[in-house]
Unconditional design. Structure first.
Length: 114
């Protein structure tokens, strides 16, 4: 059974940082491409950042220079370091894995507000 469990969300003020984690089980983590998506109220889910099994990364233009995705294959975990957070970053953040099939976590809420 595949499980992706996100953690690290919360309420922060603009300019602050958060680090999201996604622990995977039931998959061969090292061969999966991993991604972080987000969905704000009334909006479609969008890709925030992705990292391939080989470590290549890509980012949405809105987060370039502020967010960093990384992975630890030994821990079957993918991270999203979010710095200089803005109110428009408020959303539910989802982790995904992809290798022949796509799986999703349950999401973690990130709220950026003063």
């Amino acid at each position: 059974q595949v499980q992706l469990v996100e953690s690290g969300g919360g309420l922060v003020q603009p300019g602050e940082s958060l680090r999201l984690s996604c622990a995977a089980s039931g998959i061969i983590f090292s061969i999966n491409d991993m991604g972080w998506y987000r969905q704000a109220p009334g909006k479609q889910r969008e890709l925030v950042a992705g990292i391939t099994s080989g470590g290549r990364t890509n980012y949405a233009d809105s987060v370039k220079g502020r967010f960093t995705i990384s992975r630890d294959n030994a821990k079957s975990t993918v991270y999203l370091q979010m710095n200089s957070l803005k109110p428009e970053d408020t959303a539910v953040y989802y982790c995904s894995s992809n290798y022949l099939a796509t799986y999703w976590g349950q999401g973690t809420q990130v709220t950026v507000s003063s």
